[in-house]
Design a protein around this ligand. Structure first.
Ligand code: ZN
Length: 459
């Protein structure tokens, strides 16, 4: 072999080495994503999304972060039927997203026998030494977060869920329902006398209860429980010491990203669902916008940390929300009353608590005027005081007063509701980052698990 040929071959060999990924051939098997952030808008169907989009663009003069994700990332139409039902609830839906298997209603990540735990994506992530976190505005022991870190035959076993979540050892746990961490003697709902807040501190958690404490907390393991019950609706939050979902998301991402191996986090807008259950359009829209702000925080994180799979979706639609057209006076379509939604100062739940049991029509008029700046007619106020809608259809409308209020407000707000319950309406699934190439077309929510698992290269 001539010297020239040897030199040429050496040059070619060096060039080939340069083409290999850093770290040599083994690096090729590295998973595409280091982190997974999944945001779930509980009860956020296409109309909740659409209402927030219209309100944000027309009243607030800015687009939704979710719309940006839709444009620049990938979008699928998502269906969510379960092992035993066409219409799902949050436990089965979250279990299906967390495990990839069809679930039966009300169980938390259990096989159909309601006894055999099915391993969740968050358990797999922990086994792979990733940091893990759960954040919600509902209870941290409520079905959506619970299905990722706990297993139970029935979702209402929240004492067990609280215990399991702490034993799981997630680095970040934030939300409401502190009552399931405290014994009855301390105003909580635990029958076993245990004080899980004290146990959490012993296990290395910083326990916080207000937005201020959250801001001052060190970057270690954190248990944030900001309300004895659910956290407040966004529309009522200004009067509280609670952080926003976006603030919680920001803290969670800062803490979790300290882990060099990466992380998995589920962030839930938990109260869109609760507002929709009460047929409360202004509260549902405000909570959807608060969820969208958290999506914005996640998108900013992704810009700095591109090896992150970001997924935004919903578990189911709630209420059969309808963006109806006509006002009292209009001859043609006018659509949602943006001004009235913007003026709304309190949730229906706040209003019902304010007027109490057996309110007079006059009291109802007063409270509605105070909270919504809307003047109901005597007839409308009487429909609410008599709770006419609940009496007509108690199977679909069973809460006191709020559904009758939602009904009489239809021509004022131009939002209608088909029910107080969940519906089988298809949903959206948005994604960006490594692994999101598999998102598109019509997907079932069990496939979200497959996308996340493949992205993290989990076994
Ligand atoms: Zn619900």
């Amino acid at each position: 072999m001539s010297k020239r040929l040897v030199r040429l071959m050496a040059v070619l060999f060096a060039a080939a080495l340069l083409l290999l990924p850093p770290g040599g051939p083994a690096a090729q098997t590295r998973p595409p994503a280091r982190n997974v952030i999944i945001l779930i808008g509980d009860g956020m169907g296409p109309s909740q999304f659409g209402a927030a989009w219209i309100f944000s663009n027309r009243a607030l003069k800015k687009d939704l972060h979710m719309a940006e994700l839709m444009k620049n990332g990938r979008t699928a139409y998502l269906v969510n039927d379960t092992a035993d039902a066409i219409v799902t609830e949050s436990a089965a839906a979250a279990g299906q997203i967390a495990t990839g298997q069809r679930m039966v209603a009300l169980t938390l990540s259990m096989a159909a026998d309601r006894k055999t735990p099915v391993k969740t994506i968050m358990e797999m992530a922990r086994e792979a030494k990733l940091a893990t976190g759960l954040v919600t505005t509902s209870g941290i022991t409520d079905a959506t977060p619970a299905a990722f870190a706990a297993h139970a035959a029935i979702r209402s076993d929240e004492e067990s869920v609280a215990d399991q979540e702490l034993k799981f050892g997630a680095e970040v746990l934030m939300g409401g329902r502190r009552q399931f961490f405290l014994p009855e003697s301390a105003g909580g709902k635990r029958n076993d006398g245990r004080n899980l807040l004290k146990e959490a501190q012993k296990a290395g958690y910083t326990v916080v209860g207000t937005a201020e404490e959250l801001r001052a907390a060190p970057d270690g393991k954190i248990l944030g429980l900001f309300n004895m019950g659910n956290m407040s609706y966004e529309i009522d939050r200004a009067a509280t010491a609670e952080p926003s979902l976006a603030e919680m998301a920001g803290s969670a991402l800062r803490i979790l990203s300290k882990n060099e191996r990466g992380f998995f986090v589920m962030i839930e807008g938990g109260r869109i669902d609760h507002a929709a259950h009460r047929n409360d359009a202004p509260a549902a829209i405000r909570d959807t916008l608060a969820f969208d702000e958290a999506v914005g925080v996640a998108m900013d994180f992704v810009k700095m940390n591109p090896s992150t799979l970001l997924i935004v979706t919903a578990d189911h639609e709630t209420g059969g929300m309808a963006l109806i057209g006509n006002s009292k006076k209009s001859e043609g379509y006018v659509g949602m009353n943006l001004e009235a939604i913007q003026k709304a100062k309190a949730s229906f739940e706040w209003m019902a608590a304010k007027w109490g049991r057996n309110p007079t029509p006059e009291r109802i008029r007063e409270v509605v005027r105070q909270a919504l700046e809307i003047d109901l007619t005597d007839n409308e106020a009487r429909t609410v005081a008599d709770d006419t809608i609940r009496k007509l259809d108690p199977y679909n409308f069973s809460s006191d007063y709020v559904h009758s209020l939602g009904f009489v407000l239809r021509p004022y707000l131009r939002v209608g509701w088909g029910s107080q319950t969940h519906t089988a309406s298809p949903l959206f699934l948005f994604g960006s980052g490594p692994g999101s190439e598999k998102i598109g077309g019509l997907m079932h929510n069990t496939e979200i698990f497959t996308v996340m698992k493949a992205a993290l290269g989990l076994k």
